[in-house]
Design a protein around this ligand. Structure first.
Ligand code: NAD
Length: 374
């Protein structure tokens, strides 16, 4: 290696170290010098896997918010949740009386953790009740629904935040800074694969396999790929070609088990992505003019780690699960308390839904090139 190359490498490592600090600084809770004394009261809507196993335990770790209410269609779950988390009767709702939450000063924000087809109707009810909305990914069934959700929250002067937890993870935040700083030169190509091998027992009633609930790998895991190539490039994609590569059609009658897609960005940058319910996939790679960097896993609940072509190692940053969810909710609570913009506003979800709309249209046309709406 020439001394010139070596010194360039050192400089680049230096640059990456500063970016690490920048990433860490960006991850520090906003307004830390002026920590609010009040906490945001949260009601979880939908008491399934993600609420039960991740968000409710994470809310026990947060500094700026606390679990105060539950909204469920399963009355049999209520006693256990009330006993475990000390939730009073006045803070228990069904989906049908969610609008009554308007009168409840204990609740500042509702967190929607229901199947995807319910995100829009529940956002509208919560926003009209004057409550801030935290909504799980994918934000909606399509971009039009997402836009209606953004409008309802804007009209009611409440925040709408999407649960893209990775955007609160420090290595991911480093990648976002690197998209701007370009330490390895111009980005040429990105790759993001996200999937899990599930539904081993054959055909099932699970909502993730049904089109009317927003089932399919693209909605569930493809959004991680789309969001990752957008935040890792700092660019909005122009067009997409997508192919539905479903194999187990009996399990996934009207939805995609596997979707492969190729995104075109400005300046001839491309992203190749795969999402699947039939394969375990978890890798994000950014290829640049003078090197590369990658993370695998890049969308895990913990242990997200990677490396770069100059030997830089991205060690896992956050602690054990559910630390990431606690970070996310603390950040989102601080945004409300400080009347500041949330890190992942509704518009971020809409941008991904526009890509999904185009992906589904392309897949219907067997990989036809479809331009992405702006
Ligand atoms: P789940 O099936 O375990 O739970 C869904 C809950 O919604 C259940 O309690 C169910 O009773 C309730 N529900 C209400 N109406 C329903 C209906 N019509 N059909 C079926 N269930 C109904 O699902 P989950 O894994 O908790 O996912 C919920 C949401 O959270 C989804 O939007 C999903 O994409 C998201 N999620 C996000 C992450 C993440 O890492 N950010 C992880 C898992 C799930």
């Amino acid at each position: 290696m020439s001394s010139n190359r070596r010194s360039t490498g050192m400089t680049r490592r230096h640059a990456l170290q500063s970016l690490a600090l920048a990433g860490a600084a960006a991850w520090m809770p906003r307004g830390i010098a002026n920590t609010p004394s009040r906490k945001i009261g949260v009601a979880l809507v939908g008491l399934g896997h993600y609420s039960r196993d991740l968000l409710a335990p994470a809310l026990q770790l947060t500094q700026h918010c606390e679990l105060r209410g539950i909204v469920t269609g399963s009355p049999q779950k209520v006693p256990e949740w009330q006993a475990k988390y000390g939730i009073p009767d006045r803070n228990v709702y069904s989906y049908d009386d969610l609008h009554r939450i308007a009168d409840n000063p204990d609740i500042d924000a509702v967190y929607l953790v229901t199947p995807n087809h319910l995100h829009k109707p529940h956002t509208l009810i919560a926003a009209n009740a004057g409550k801030h909305v935290w909504c799980e990914k994918p934000m909606a069934m399509d971009a039009a629904e997402g836009e209606a959700m953004v409008k309802a929250c804007r009209d009611n002067k409440v925040q709408l935040t999407i649960g893209y937890r990775m955007q609160h993870e420090p290595n991911t935040r480093r990648f976002m800074v690197m998209a701007k700083e370009q330490p390895f030169g111009r980005i040429i190509k990105l790759r993001a694969d996200a999937g899990w091998f599930g539904f081993h027992d054959g055909p099932t009633d699970a909502w993730r396999t049904k089109p009317e609930f927003g089932g399919g790998a693209m909605y569930d895991m493809g959004v991680y790929c789309v969001n990752a190539v957008r935040y890792s490039s700092g660019l909005e994609p122009l067009a997409i070609r997508a192919w539905d590569e479903t194999i187990r059609r009996d399990i996934f009658p009207g939805v995609d088990e596997t979707m492969r897609f190729r995104l075109e960005f400005p300046d001839d940058i491309v992203a190749e992505c795969v999402t699947s319910f039939g394969r375990n996939l978890n890798v994000l790679q950014v290829d640049c003019e003078r090197g590369w960097y990658m993370m695998s896993p890049f969308q895990g609940y913990e242990g997200n780690a990677g490396r770069a072509s100059d030997g830089t190692v991205f060690e896992p940053q956050l602690g054990k699960t559910p630390r990431m969810q606690a970070e996310q909710m603390d950040q989102d609570a601080l945004a409300i308390l400080n009347n500041a913009a949330p890190r992942v506003p509704g518009e971020e979800g809409v941008a991904d839904m526009r890509v999904l709309d185009a992906a589904f249209a392309s897949a219907r046309g067997n990989g036809a090139r479809v331009e992405i709406a702006r």
